[in-house]
Design a protein around this ligand. Structure first.
Ligand SMILES: Cc1cc2nc3c(=O)[nH]c(=O)nc-3n(C[C@H](O)[C@H](O)[C@H](O)COP(=O)(O)OP(=O)(O)OC[C@H]3O[C@@H](n4cnc5c(N)ncnc54)[C@H](O)[C@@H]3O)c2cc1C
Length: 440
């Protein structure tokens, strides 16, 4: 059986792993729009968390198995279409993640200086589509909207010192820009209270361990809070600890503000401030706005209020949830989904393993029950011929390995895990140098 897995993030790799270890094993073509694999593990997870990125070792072991092919620089919807995949493979698994951000839907959201957190994340992580973005870090205060781990990542990254950033694989440009920025204060705004925040505790705790930034929590925000889960209780204890601290006079401050929602981003030519409204919680712990408003001067706003999947031409899509409608990962016999595009943008890297395995179990059930249509055209040669006919510069796994080796070698000289190649030209050139036997 030949299966196309679209997307090479955790969900794609875990799905591939389950398919390759099936009895009999399936052949897997992993189609990825970038020349590099690993999805958000490479381009989302914060560079100062190298241990989390090391899950890529497990993905490498999957990629080394017989029957696996990586076809990078192949975008489904542009280079190959759903109809091609249905013709050329016995089954297709979409594992394309959630490629866009949720908007706040408030005035001023499109002013220069108002960004999706994803844009900053992709920029400091070296995503080739985001290197031209020009973040003006010559401002004193940035506001991060959201109370999840991505909001923490953004606030923390902006607060790191040069010494903290230097050993990471963040891009050189982002290290210089952040370390030399004029930022003095990063405000993290949550619409509900400290007991409702969806931070995970170790990540929250880390905010209190920054070399160059004090953490500030107003004890008033903690009064009367009723944490309802173990995670919320642990978070609350950490926040109590923060509230009891005296600032140490570090150059930057990370300030947590709870019970506030943005209602407008203000400014003429660019962001100059943000208008916040005070909320109360109703009996169901929903945020209800009061009459109390406040304007906070700031030069940057990062919204981190969730992600949203993107529709692929020819594939069913639920625009409300931003997912491909499915039952346990089965869209219909022969078409499946896994990861964020299946269940929505929640959960950690490991969550995608159970999720992708569930999908593959259904796919294999369909195969055994004879529910997959016979595909006389399904062959690697037919896929290669079509890609060649369309002039696609496919990056195979050996091409990615060449990129990987070049990046690691560059990093080794300065004690960093890697120095990423972060333009399309550099990435494709590094991949193709090896393919053509040149190893300069
Ligand atoms: C900023 C951020 C930080 C995070 N930090 C952590 C963390 O520290 N720890 C943790 O456990 N989890 C973290 N997560 C969550 C974790 O990254 C996700 O659970 C996981 O990446 C989701 O996996 P996925 O495979 O569904 O999607 P993704 O990882 O997004 O992978 C999708 C892949 O599909 C490709 N693709 C998209 N469209 C197409 C197309 N049309 N054709 C071909 N390929 C396509 C993309 O390029 C991408 O490589 C973080 C998430 C974010 C956003």
């Amino acid at each position: 059986m030949r299966v196309a897995v679209v997307g090479s993030g955790p969900a794609g790799f875990y799905a591939a792993g389950a398919l390759l270890s099936a009895d009999p094993p399936a052949e897997v073509d992993m189609l990825e729009r970038l020349p590099t694999p690993w999805g958000l593990v490479r381009l989302g997870v914060a560079p100062d968390h190298p241990k989390l990125k090391s899950v890529s070792r497990a993905f490498e072991r999957i990629a080394e198995q017989p029957g696996f092919r990586f076809l990078g620089n192949v975008e489904v919807g542009r280079d190959l279409h759903h109809a091609d995949l249905v013709r050329l493979y016995d089954a297709v698994i979409y594992a394309v993640g959630a490629q866009t951000d949720r908007r706040l839907g408030i005035p001023g959201e499109d002013l220069p200086g108002s960004w999706a957190a994803t844009e900053l994340v992709a920029w400091y992580n070296g995503h080739p589509d985001f290197q031209q973005l020009d973040f003006d870090l010559s401002v004193e205060r940035a506001v991060v909207i959201g109370n999840g781990n991505v909001a923490l990542d953004v606030a923390r990254m902006l607060a790191l010192t040069h010494e903290e950033l230097a050993p990471t694989d963040a891009t050189d440009a982002s290290i210089a820009a952040i370390a030399d920025s004029s930022l003095r204060e990063i405000v993290v705004v949550g619409r509900r209270g400290p007991a409702q925040a969806s931070f995970t505790t170790p990540e929250l705790q880390e905010m209190g361990e920054l070399a160059g930034a004090d953490v500030v929590v107003d004890p008033v925000d903690l009064e009367g809070a009723q944490p309802k889960s173990t995670n919320a209780e642990r978070n609350f204890a950490v926040l109590q600890g923060f509230a009891a601290r005296e600032p140490q006079g570090r150059p930057r401050r990370v300030v947590f503000r709870f019970f506030q929602s943005p209602i407008a981003i203000l400014g003429k030519e660019r962001v100059e401030g943000i208008e916040l409204v005070r909320n109360e919680l109703d009996a169901n712990e929903r945020a209800v706005p009061t009459e109390e408003r406040e304007t906070l001067a700031c030069g940057l706003v990062f919204r981190s209020v969730g992600y949203h999947g993107v529709e692929l031409p020819g594939v069913v899509f639920d625009a409300k949830t931003g997912t491909i409608p499915n039952e346990g990962g089965r869209v219909e016999p022969g078409v499946y989904s896994a990861g964020w595009i299946k269940r929505g943008p929640t959960g950690v890297i490991g969550t995608n393993k159970k999720d992708a395995t569930e999908t593959v179990v259904l796919l294999l059930e369909d195969a055994v029950a004879g529910r997959l249509q016979p595909k006389p055209d399904a062959s690697a040669a037919a896929v290669d011929a079509l890609l060649a006919e369309r002039g696609v510069r496919v990056v195979e796994y050996s091409g990615w390995t060449a990129i990987d080796e070049a990046e690691r070698a560059a990093g080794e000289k300065t004690g960093r895990p890697r120095i990423k190649l972060c333009s399309w030209d550099e990435l494709l050139a590094a991949a193709e140098r090896i393919a053509s036997g040149k190893t300069s």
